[in-house]
Design a protein around this ligand. Structure first.
Ligand SMILES: Cc1cc2nc3c(=O)[nH]c(=O)nc-3n(C[C@H](O)[C@H](O)[C@H](O)COP(=O)(O)OP(=O)(O)OC[C@H]3O[C@@H](n4cnc5c(N)ncnc54)[C@H](O)[C@@H]3O)c2cc1C
Length: 367
């Protein structure tokens, strides 16, 4: 019997398990596909504190600290520039000011002086936060797996959770695809877009919805000394990594099942991303597509993530609904999920609006 079983070895599950190991718990981490087998490996890898709410900014600030602690090779501190018209930047500015994160506001001329590759007109400004990261997800996954093994976490890969077995209001064990059963005192459900499928085995229905998101890696022929950036005006985001830029347009399609296929994203999506990039950035050579990413993201209708105990499964915490900003909020939320179980529910006092009860179909569970 383990102290804690973590289901899902994505960004959330890895940090949930690392926190458990730090607290001295006996922990098992289970994943059907292996480390970063879901959305995490397919993420573009932008980490920025410039999200719309103070809480998100704080979560990303914590995640940056955690990624730096557990991975040496997967990130560079590029800083982040959010480009937009005055009105579009207001929410981010308010959030940064509230949580006392340092930022600079630059006008179009200052931006082009600092980074001559940008093309901006006088209606545009930028908010620059210097501690933000460009992260290579596949390297991060490898580093985290090593860190987990080094801290004695038992990793069980290639075997999926199939049924949650409960007694009364508690989860007792998980039945796996190899017919074995894993019992634990506490559970973290960190299967991202797959959480709702497994919860169905307990007649618990989550009202989340899935989108397939796309991103691209473009070879631009040389290493650019620019920050990662988003463009609220052109609806694109990019981060530099060696000779490439990774990112694209905020573009997604509804789906019923998580899509992990390697099919290329729609050509019109790539063409539009390229066109918009070239409106904003001078490149010496024509950008060349070298990789495309496609993966599932789980969303909630209020746009907030989900973290907390699941009514009817009182010894389990779920993390879900991270949408397209889960790589950068996942480390902090995975950490929090484990603390809520091993250190007590008070840990979640400031997070009641993220409670899973708001995304449960009311008729599906009984207490
Ligand atoms: C194209 C794209 C670009 C993105 N860009 C960014 C970005 O730049 N910045 C950012 O912050 N976020 C980005 N995201 C979002 C981010 O990838 C996700 O929000 C985040 O990875 C979710 O992490 P997770 O740990 O919750 O889920 P996942 O990474 O999906 O992990 C879930 C894990 O559960 C496992 N699993 C599934 N079913 C079972 C089962 N039955 N039993 C055991 N294990 C199971 C899966 O194999 C998987 O490893 C992007 C996403 C996509 C698709």
């Amino acid at each position: 019997m383990y102290d804690l079983a973590v289901l899902g070895e994505g960004i959330v599950g890895c940090f949930a398990a690392l926190r458990a190991a730090e607290l001295g718990a006996d922990v098992i981490l289970i994943d059907e596909r292996g480390v970063f087998g879901g959305a995490s490996a397919r993420a573009a890898g932008v980490f920025t504190v410039q999200l719309d709410t103070p809480r998100d900014a704080m979560l990303v600030a914590k995640s940056i600290e955690l990624v730096k602690r557990y991975s040496k090779n997967s990130w560079i501190e590029t800083g982040f520039l959010q480009i937009g018209r005055e009105g579009a930047l207001r929410e981010s500015l308010e959030a940064l000011t509230k949580c006392e994160i340092r930022y600079d506001v630059l006008d179009h001329r200052e931006i082009m002086e600092k980074w001559p590759e940008f093309i901006l007109d006088s209606s545009l400004k930028g908010i620059y936060t210097e501690q933000d990261l460009s992260v290579e997800p596949t390297i991060l996954g490898r580093d985290l797996r090593e860190a987990l093994i080094g801290r004695g976490v038992r990793i069980y890969e290639g075997v999926g959770a199939r049924r949650l077995l409960r007694e009364g209001d508690e989860l007792r064990s998980v039945k796996l695809s190899d017919s074995s059963t894993v019992a634990a005192n506490y559970f973290v459900l960190a299967m991202g877009s797959w959480n709702r499928e497994l919860l169905n085995s307990c007649n618990i229905e989550l009202e989340t919805f899935l989108l397939t998101c796309f991103a691209y890696r473009l070879d631009i022929g040389k290493s650019l000394n620019i920050p990662s950036f988003s463009d609220e005006y052109l609806h694109t985001y990019w981060r530099p990594w060696q000779n490439t830029l990774v990112g694209g347009r905020y573009d997604a399609e509804f789906t019923d099942k998580p899509d992990l296929s390697s099919a290329p994203p729609p050509l019109k999506s790539l063409k539009m991303s390229l066109k918009l990039l070239l409106k904003r950035l001078r490149t010496e050579t024509e950008p060349r597509l070298v990789e495309h990413m496609r993966g599932p993201c789980s969303f909630t209708s209020d746009g907030l993530p989900v973290v907390g105990r699941i009514p009817g499964l009182d010894n389990a915490v779920i993390v879900d609904g991270l949408g397209g900003y889960g790589l950068m909020r996942g480390p902090a939320l995975g950490y929090l999920a484990t603390e809520a179980l091993l250190r007590g529910p008070k840990t979640l006092d400031g997070f009641t609006d993220l409670s899973p009860s708001r995304v449960l179909k009311k008729h599906t569970y009984t207490r």
